[in-house]
Design a protein around this ligand. Structure first.
Ligand code: G6P
Length: 510
């Protein structure tokens, strides 16, 4: 870093690595879970930037360090802050609320107090790393207050925010007791990115309803307070005679480092591992695969129900088929996650007890995370990939499967409640609540002729390889550069729409 700081600072709840300390206090690290890290890692690796985040364990007080070609700046969280900010407000209030209240959210004033305090700590840590006029890119629902805190402290900074999860319809969002403060926190950013057009629309509606600001398409006019420093931003007077600055809130559908997956899938050792996986599973005619964090938004129970009924109805036979379900451990101290684990594991053992034979197992259930190489081998081994989320911001597993299928084979069954379904139209799209429909789609996937599989997969691959994560970040950072320049932002917006960049892909449903 230059002594004056970094020009790009990424701020996310987690660092891309989980840190553990040995008995002598020496750190070592492993890759941390989730889609956010998958997407952002290549962005920071390719720049001279820093990543500010939590190291994955309580009370870690570490100096900034380098790992995997990135400058990592740890933010410490105490055991109590983990309970109130991370497990509480982030994952037991916001997460269920933003995922359409699949589970009821819990509202605790104490959690909110700690959420504010921790957001301030992240904002201060980011400001300390930022060069004058630097770009700060804040990520996800855990840090929604950071943009305003940064803007107040450092008006010179260019601030972007990306929401990796859905933004709910106003009728749901309105339940949040601190709904106004959260919107104000986000509006501290110059550009607010969402996964889907529908999310950006929900946000704009919340802004109109709660703050009465004017919105035009994806442009929001945010009034400038008396004496507020605006840095180099252009301020104009709107038709009501109010001084406003421009905030852009629109969809930038996230993706993966598709080239990297393709390269892994071409490696002979990984292909050999895929064959070995098939053999070890008893060489079934069809391998179906589910890969998820063990989260109630992922629709794992619906998937298991449909699969169990297909076995019961004798539509499929355990001698021919097996389901591999990777469920990586997640948020294990939160009650709803504990319950989910119990339910999923009970269902898996029931199905296995009822239908497995000595030589064939109905479901191989793996409650573990795996390195990327092993995941790609699994993707290559799987004839059918099941993504049945009840609500999901994007779902990068679907894109990883497609990027890995260099053989143009394999069938993707994809929930229409994922952001990915806006783009991956040639998948077999399903409503996971409709168990009969899900069963039909599974059968269709199992029996799909090779030509049709290839036709669909080719089209899916074209999409994923074109709109990769490099393009995503370039598009977002380009919008950020324009909205904070002297350009007429409206003109930039119109040009973008005309050229139909990925950010302006319209979903077919919301
Ligand atoms: C999702 C969220 C991320 C989060 C990840 C893993 O992808 O959008 O913000 O980091 O899940 O969850 P965790 O709670 O373990 O960080």
């Amino acid at each position: 870093m230059a002594s004056a700081g970094y020009d790009l600072v990424v701020v996310a709840n987690r660092l891309p690595v989980d840190v553990t300390l040995d008995d002598d206090g020496n750190p070592s690290w492993t890759r941390s879970p989730g889609g956010l890290v998958t997407a952002l890692e290549p962005v920071v690796q390719g720049s001279d930037g820093a990543w500010v985040g939590w190291g994955g364990a309580a009370d870690l007080d570490l100096e900034p360090f380098d790992a995997d070609d990135m400058r990592l700046v740890p933010v410490p969280l105490s055991e109590d802050e983990l309970t109130d900010y991370y497990e509480g407000f982030s994952n037991d209030t916001l997460w269920p609320l933003y995922h359409d209240v699949i589970q009821p959210p819990t509202f605790h004033r104490q959690w909110w107090d700690v959420y504010q305090r921790v957001n301030r700590r992240f904002a201060e840590a980011a400001a300390a790393q930022a060069a004058p006029g630097a770009t700060i890119w804040v990520h996800d629902y855990q840090l929604q207050l950071v943009p305003k805190m940064l803007r107040d402290a450092r008006p010179d900074l260019v601030i972007g925010f990306f929401d990796h999860i859905p933004f709910p319809a106003y009728g749901i969002y309105a339940q949040l007791p601190w709904r106004r403060q959260v919107i104000e926190g986000l509006l501290g950013a110059d550009v607010i990115g969402f996964q889907r057009l529908a999310d950006a629309g929900n946000f704009a509606r919340a802004v109109r309803r709660l703050l009465g600001y004017e919105t035009r398409g994806s442009v929001i006019d945010v009034p400038v307070r008396d004496g507020e420093a605006v840095g180099h931003r252009r301020v104009k007077t709107n038709r009501r005679g109010i001084r406003v600055r421009t905030v852009l809130a629109k969809q930038f559908p996230i993706s993966i480092d598709a080239q990297r997956y393709q390269e892994l899938a071409s490696r002979p050792d990984i292909q050999a591992r895929a064959h070995q996986i098939r053999e070890e599973l008893g060489d079934p005619r069809t391998i179906m695969l589910g890969v998820d964090r063990l989260d109630y938004t992922k629709g794992i129970r619906h998937r298991l129900k449909a699969y169990g009924e297909l076995l019961r109805d004798r539509s499929i036979d355990v001698d021919d088929i097996t389901l591999v379900q990777v469920a990586s451990p997640s948020r294990e101290r939160v009650e709803t996650y504990k319950q989910l684990r119990d339910e999923v594991e009970l269902t898996v053992s029931r199905i296995n007890g009822d239908y497995s034979t000595i030589s064939h197992t109905a479901i191989s259930y793996l409650h573990q995370g795996y390195p990327r190489e092993e995941m790609v081998a699994l993707y290559l081994a799987a004839d059918v990939m099941l993504v049945t989320a009840l609500r999901d911001g994007m779902n990068l597993v679907a894109k990883e499967y497609v990027a890995s299928r260099i053989d143009n084979d394999g069938v993707l069954v994809l929930s229409e409640f994922t952001g990915a379904s806006d783009e991956l139209k040639q998948a077999l799209l399903v409503n996971p609540h409709d168990i009969e429909g899900l069963k039909d789609a599974m059968l269709q996937a199992i029996h799909m002729p090779k030509r049709e599989r290839a036709r669909r997969m080719r089209a899916l691959r074209k999409r994923v390889l074109t709109y990769d994560v490099q393009r995503w970040s370039a598009t977002f950072l380009d919008a950020l550069a324009h909205v904070t320049s002297d350009d007429d932002y409206g003109a930039y917006e119109r040009a973008q729409q005309a050229s139909s960049v990925p950010g302006s892909v319209a979903p077919s449903e919301s």
